[in-house]
Write a protein that binds this ligand. Structure first.
Ligand code: PMV
Length: 360
């Protein structure tokens, strides 16, 4: 599919008012997306687990406008409170998708949104938030175009989400998702994410992810700034090659279920992401002393118990603890007794691989 395939027809059957609600999950990357092209396509392929409990629920209400001009008219509410600080990112999103959804020009909008995780938890809500909004828009488009197939609905929802926030394109479908062209994966594309198309050992279908909230302050550097720093980064080209190789390595790990190889690959990816930030110009250190304490604790727990628990990181200080169902009670006890104390207000979120976005 090319970008042109996503340009909607000029519809004449627009309803005066309508409303849609979607609940969309966050996701955690196993092979990280870090570095992008101008049109928000990725420099390398990424693979992620879709989460279950960390979600955004968004209601999009649309009202037909009397007069159509270039202004985008909308208000955003978070848990009932008007949030003008969210507007610039959403306005940019609307402007960037108008080419593909020209019917949106005819409407003004009210967006009401809330996360199931604390708003100031340091967990990026852009993936769940942008995908929930994109899905609401696609529900309108589906009502306008009755012939739309389900496959196209989800592809375009992922395509629009990507324009809002790159990693958001991996939050539509459940299980494991893959985004970005890879020479060995025919169906892969930079335009949208696909459901991971190969065999997956059953251990990975219900993998646990406990998110340890180490730092709940806003990030020092946004991920869009971070991606920009890859432009002239001394290690950029090498990183993109390694990421492509790690996708190939992860493909055989996901099939054969070698959890010890999984832990080393996942931790290498997390550390590489932060090594890239620490060696960019300007450089950033986003991990905190407690992040390191947790990492070391996880490594020694794994060494002693042989339970294949590992960590991964986003562009921040919080730690995602990944572990299989087998041995989960021991890991949960370990989190309670040893890791919780390194978290802000002892707080963490129990999450796991989930089934994807749902319309409410
Ligand atoms: O989608 P963005 O622009 O917020 O970038 C996300 C980047 C990472 O979360 C660090 C990695 C990833 O692949 O999700």
């Amino acid at each position: 599919m090319s970008e042109e395939n996503f340009i909607a027809n000029n519809f004449t059957n627009l309803p005066d008012t309508t409303s849609y609600t979607w609940s969309s999950p966050s996701n955690i990357a196993l092979v990280k997306y870090w570095g992008k092209n101008q049109n928000q396509t990725p420099k390398n392929t990424s693979i992620s687990f879709t989460l279950s409990n960390s979600r955004t629920i968004t209601i999009l209400e649309l009202n037909k406008r009397n007069k159509v001009d270039n202004n985008i008219l909308f208000d955003v509410y978070y848990k009932g409170k008007k949030m003008d600080e969210f507007k610039s990112k959403i306005e940019l999103f609307f402007r960037n998708i108008l080419k593909y959804c020209s019917y949106l020009k005819e409407y003004s909008f009210k967006i009401t949104t809330e996360n199931t995780f604390p708003h100031s938890s340091g967990i990026a809500s852009s993936a769940s938030g942008m995908s929930a909004l994109a899905l609401c828009i696609m529900s309108l488009e589906k009502d306008l175009d009755c012939s739309m197939k389900e496959d196209f609905f989800y592809k375009k929802a992922s395509f629009l989400s990507r324009i809002g926030s790159g990693s958001a394109c991996r939050s539509i479908l459940g299980g494991i998702n893959l985004w970005g062209k890879h020479v060995d994966i025919e169906q892969s594309t930079d335009l949208y994410s696909i459901k991971y198309p190969f065999d997956i050992c059953k251990d990975f279908l219900d993998y646990n992810d406990t998110i340890l909230l180490v730092d709940t302050e806003p990030k020092q550097v946004s991920s869009s700034e971070g991606h920009k720093l890859m432009k002239n980064h001394i290690y950029a080209e090498e990183r993109y090659k390694i990421a492509q190789k790690n996708v190939t390595k992860l493909k055989s790990i996901l099939k054969n279920g070698n959890l010890h190889s999984f832990t080393s690959l996942i931790e290498q990816e997390a550390m590489m992401l932060h090594a890239l930030m620490m060696t960019s110009n300007p450089s950033y250190v986003l991990i905190k002393p407690n992040t390191l304490k947790i990492i070391n604790s996880i490594k020694s727990f794994r060494e002693t118990t042989k339970i294949p628990v590992c960590f991964t990181l986003d562009a921040g200080a919080n730690v995602h603890v990944l572990y299989p169902k087998e041995g989960e009670n021991e890991v949960k006890l370990f989190i309670e007794s040893e890791l919780k104390e390194y978290c802000k207000n002892n707080s963490f979120i129990l999450d796991k691989v989930g089934t994807g976005a749902v319309q409410l």
